[in-house]
Design a protein around this ligand. Sequence first.
Ligand code: PRP
Length: 184
Amino acid sequence: MKFNTNMHRDIQSIMFTKQEIDHMVYELAHQINRDYDGEELIAAVILKGSMMFAADLIRCLTMNVKLDFMQVSSYGSGTESSGVIKVKKDLDNDVNGKNVLIIEDIVDSGRTLSLICEDLEKRGAKSVKIVTLLSKPARRVVNVKVDYIGTDIPDEFVVGYGLDMDEKYRQLDYVGILRPEVYM
Ligand code: PRP
């Protein structure tokens, strides 16, 4: 188990340190730079959880990137995805004929991403790919193709590096496992 002296009191243990996250981000950026060589892309950051990952990832990208944001709601204040999403903030860019790279912090059930992908494809995107830092395969309900995955993780309630519980813990620079007594 990993601990550090700056650990938040609600965190049981650290799953990924900042250094380990940095390493995953570099690896993902390397693959993306290779695959999109000479192409332009729209980076569609899915708010809010992806903002830290996206900020780090796009700084490692070498192609022309148009940064854009989308916010949908799928979770309430609990831990389960509702299966229904509502677009709260749409992309500013017209994606017709463009390469879109969706940037996510975590893929859980896959519902959010499958609905977003379907929507962007309907808008005529030339290509739609997904990069996520974390994936929980054990929780998948919808079979969505995730093109770039930082790492698979077990079904633990993780927070930090953008991920929240009831809007808290996003500011942590590591990904940690929340103490069960905090959300039970
Ligand atoms: C999280 C995460 C994904 C989605 C994944 O966002 O950022 O968008 O849930 O879950 P799914 O695979 O079960 O659909 P959330 O709705 O918690 O919003 P947030 O990013 O603002 O925290």
